[in-house]
Design a protein around this ligand. Structure first.
Ligand code: C2E
Ligand code: MG
Ligand code: MG
Length: 713
């Protein structure tokens, strides 16, 4: 804008100067012509009489017919007059006489010297001369005329007789044209130079001013860029200014504050105020980035509480949240400000603990954390106990990327939960191998389920006294073409960990009910078919409905189905909830069996309150009980306990004739063990049972009350 204005003003000045110079020259020329005509008038006693136009310049000079010839002759008088005219004009003056014969105006008096000061050759104005056309028609001419190879700015006034004939001309000029325009050109050059200098100066000064004036804007723009890129600028500059820049800075400061708040919200766990999952993975990635440069090492501690769901179930989520908040406070206290603590899901805390080089090691912290968190939480609702476990990965030793690091700490945590000893575990390559193998199994299992490679075998439950079939337990079998038969003990825990057990369980329930319905149709009296139900399945809200639907699909009476659950259903689930689910199943009319009784978490006080019809005594109690009196007493006590509660008692895992005899002696309702039959495909069942009954009648088993320990399996 400024540059354009300067250019425009310079252009106008240039144009105005040209016009003024032109006007000046014209005025000067007109005046010179006026003066020359006047001098001629008075010098010739008005015999040459000028007539003036409106501008003051002479239009023509009148002369009488009679005196024209006489007057327009060279002579001293006219020569003196011409010289006077020349001096007055500061230019040159000439008088011309018209020659009718040659049709030219011929100069006969002049003040103009030749180029070297000598008398110049007489000038003629003939056709081709710029003034000729005007003069020959009695009109004045004003303009440039060629003289001695250059141009002079001249005014030529025709001398006309009273009869209207052209008799001659008076010419005055104000100098050489190039001399006249010299000053003008010089001025123009100066104007142009000045304009250019001003332009450059404006450019330089403007540029410098802009540079300095825009500096705050550039810094604010940089701050805005940082904000947009998600980087939090340390401080917004220029907030103390009281101008537009200050306003802008204030605006940006508000945006920064807002972003800061949003950032905190987005990265904070609302329950505990610890970091959340996003914060954790961000911090972990940053830590690993630093670790890769070799300047940093840290421990990644993954902590969770076994059975925390039970706290929520028992006391409600609000109380659960308050426990988590207090747990976080304890953790913050233990690990100090240098640790980054995040809660990444329900009861999972992840702690990134930088190695401080002072020898404080993750193990010390882990022990301390387990001790501190094992101290019960005092709540209004009562004392709450939680059981922490910790998995530790060392960075960068164990992992180079966040996902792997998290997985490694998680693996260590899982291992810690299985530990009989301390409830913390470091990640190690063998641990990794185990987990890798578990992962492979999981993949294979998923495929096997999809391609229906998993099959059900059935293990008979018989009355030990008479060998009558009272039930069949459906047991999953996974024949794998390369790995052989993969035992349930290997794949069921993995299916439980991954949730695959839900699909697997549905498949087993469906297949077993289908098979049972077929047997019924075929008239095979099998008593009941027992299906194992894992705790995860059991807790599903839709489980009872699934059972109802499956029975309906195959038209199987509910009493033909027995669902076996282990005491593990009480881990992580409130007793009342277990009772509710069992009652719902009982209403359907299915049989309920407590499997592996005595093998794990046992609480005798719930037994009488739960609607089980059957108790399956864990194999550990019968194994060897025929040869160890104390074991036998224990076995007998458990059988009695079951019977006293009105439950059908099944002894699992009887392998020898001696163990079989024990079950007869202590009046077990049923046995399920290799002594009778292992789990076999449905089509082999009949022959298997036949063999057992034959054996039972034979000497060896009938006389087994002598407690021989003939192993059959
Ligand atoms: P479980 O429900 O207690 O099943 C009884 C287990 O004891 C079976 O092992 C059976 O083969 C074994 N067994 C029976 N008699 C004897 C014996 O005389 N001696 C010995 N040593 N073992 C005997 P299996 O089939 O390997 O199953 C192991 C566990 O896997 C089952 O224990 C059950 O907890 C689980 N499982 C098997 N199939 C399924 C299923 O379909 N669903 C669920 N959730 N779990 C299943
Ligand atoms: Mg079972
Ligand atoms: Mg069992």
């Amino acid at each position: 804008m400024v540059l354009c204005s300067i250019g425009l003003i310079s252009g106008l000045a240039y144009h105005e100067l040209s016009r003024t110079t032109q006007e000046n020259a014209t005025i000067r020329l007109d005046r010179a012509a006026h003066a020359a005509a006047s001098i001629l008038r008075y010098g010739t006693n008005e015999r040459l009489l000028p007539e003036f136009a409106g501008t003051g310049a002479p239009a023509l000079i009148r002369v009488s017919e009679a005196t024209a010839d006489e007057l327009l002759q060279p002579g001293e008088k006219l020569k003196a007059l011409v010289e006077t005219i020349g001096k007055t004009n500061q230019g040159a003056a000439n008088l011309f006489r018209w020659s009718a014969s040659t049709k030219t105006f011929k100069e006969f008096a002049t003040t103009l010297p030749g180029p070297e000061g000598q008398s110049p050759p007489a000038v003629t104005i003939d056709e081709g001369h710029p003034a000729f056309a005007s003069l020959s028609t009695g009109q004045p001419y004003s303009g440039n005329v060629p003289v001695q190879g250059r141009f002079r700015l001249a005014y030529l006034t025709p001398i006309v007789t009273e009869g209207g004939k052209v008799a001659g001309a008076l010419a005055v000029d104000v100098g050489w044209v190039d001399d006249l325009s010299l000053a003008e050109n010089r001025l123009k050059t100066r104007i142009t130079s000045a304009a250019i200098i001003i332009l450059i100066a404006v450019l330089l000064i403007g540029g410098l001013l802009l540079h300095f004036e825009l500096r705050p804007l550039r810094r604010l723009a940089k701050a805005a860029d940082d904000l947009a890129a998600g980087l939090q600028p340390k401080r917004i500059p220029f907030t103390d200014r009281r101008d537009e820049i200050g306003d802008l800075a204030h605006g940006l400061e508000k945006v920064t504050d807002l972003q800061d708040k949003l950032h905190k919200l987005a990265y904070t766990d609302p329950v505990t105020t610890a970091g959340n999952r996003s914060r954790y993975f961000f911090d972990l990635s940053q830590a690993l980035k630093r670790a890769r440069t070799g300047s940093f090492s840290a421990s990644l501690i993954h902590l969770d509480f076994n059975g925390f769901a039970k706290v929520n179930d028992t006391f409600g989520q609000q109380v659960g949240n308050r426990v988590l908040l207090q747990a976080y406070a304890r953790l913050a206290n233990i690990f100090g400000p240098s640790a980054q603590i995040a809660r990444i899901s329900a009861d999972d805390f992840c702690i990134l603990l930088p190695f401080d080089g002072k020898g404080a090691i993750a193990e010390d912290y882990a022990v301390q954390a387990i001790d501190m968190l094992s101290v019960p939480f005092q709540m209004e609702e009562g004392e709450i106990h939680v059981e922490p476990s910790i998995g530790i990965a060392l960075l960068p030793r164990d992992a180079e990327d966040a996902e792997t690091a998290h997985r490694m700490a998680g693996l260590a945590l899982r291992a810690a939960k299985r530990n009989a000893g301390p409830r913390y575990e470091f990640f190690s390559p063998p641990l990794n191998d185990r987990v890798q193998s578990e992962m492979l199994t999981e993949t294979l299992l998923r495929a096997a389920l999809q391609t229906r490679q998993l099959v059900l075998h059935y293990q008979p439950q018989v009355c030990p006294a008479d060998g009558r079939l009272i039930g069949l337990e459906a047991l999953l079998r996974w024949p794998h073409e390369k790995r052989g038969n993969i035992p349930p003990a290997e794949f069921i825990p993995i299916a439980e960990k991954t949730g695959l057990i839900l699909d697997l369980g549905r498949y087993v329930l469906d297949s077993a009910c289908k098979q049972a319905a077929q047997w019924r149709q075929a008239g095979f009296e099998f008593g009941q078919v027992s299906v194992n139900v894992s705790p995860l399945q059991f807790r599903q809200s839709s489980f009872a409905e699934t059972v109802r639907q499956t029975l309906k699909t195959y038209g199987l009476p509910a009493s033909c189905l027995c669902l076996e659950v282990t005491e593990n259903v009480f881990v992580d689930t409130r007793e009342q909830m277990v009772l509710d689910i069992l009652s719902e199943l009982q209403q359907i009319g299915v049989q309920l069996s407590l499997d592996d009784f005595g093998s794990g978490y046992s609480s005798l006080n719930y037994l009488h309150r739960l609607p089980f019809q059957e108790l399956k005594i864990d194999r550990a109690f019968i194994s060897g009980a025929d040869s160890h009196p104390q074991r036998e007493q224990l076995f007998e006590a458990i059988v009695r306990l079951g019977r006293s509660l009105g439950l059908r008692v099944i002894a699992e895992g009887a392998e020898t004739a001696g163990e079989l005899a024990l079950t007869v002696t202590h009046q077990c309702d049923g046995i399920q063990g290799y002594i009778c039959s292992p789990a076999v495909p449905a089509e082999h069942l009949q022959s298997q049972l036949q063999n057992f009954r034959t054996d039972l009648k034979s000497e060896s088993l009938a006389g087994s009350s002598n407690r021989s320990s003939k192993r059959l399996a």
